[in-house]
Design a protein around this ligand. Sequence first.
Ligand code: C5P
Length: 223
Amino acid sequence: FQPKRLAGQQVLVTAGPTFEAIDPVRGITNHSSGKMGFAIARAAREAGAEVTLVAGPVHLPTPLGVRRIDVQSALQMQAAVQAEIDQASLFIAAAAVADWRPASAAEHKIKKDGSGLPPALHFVENPDILAGVAASERAKQGELYCVGFAAESQDLLANAQAKRARKGVPLLVGNIGPATFGKDDNALLLVDAQGAQELPHASKTELARQLVAEIARRLPVAG
Ligand code: C5P
């Protein structure tokens, strides 16, 4: 028997990569599969929460009972999050949002011009969705609990601690590599004000359940 640890919570989860268009047929993205974010959405639902999942382009079925909003780009993901966040009591940012996007997407397919020179692509930085939400008044008042993720290739603990401070979130979850993208299992490092705690190697389904339980323990008591 699993107690409904998130009963009464409204959970907003971001998952998957984003896709930043270069022209109508091309773009840049990354190897995020969305599996961890989808597993978290499912685990949060199983724990009794109402769950909205903002998903970048992934090939995954919608978890039962979860409301899903599909997006492509970081700007679309940000708009979807902004439209939903006032209803949320818990925000879990598991998406691998592209750091940059082409400054403008070409209206038509970019063609070779015969010069032998490739086109110059100019990039601009995408907004940090998580940092923006964490800086909001409701988050600062404790009405909205924010959880971030970090995929680091080295110095996970130090990087996760620095990222936790930089993003302004109470809990930062590090993927204990190597290369968790696309895999069905992982191990996690939970970093909060109290220190660091490892969730050892397990399936993403199992880790998501453990993570949800750990988040539930950290939520302010209602009332
Ligand atoms: O800075 P970095 O991309 O490593 O931060 C990862 C965390 O921040 C993840 O929780 C990710 O979902 C979130 N993020 C975001 N918007 C961005 C970049 C990252 O919400 N533009």
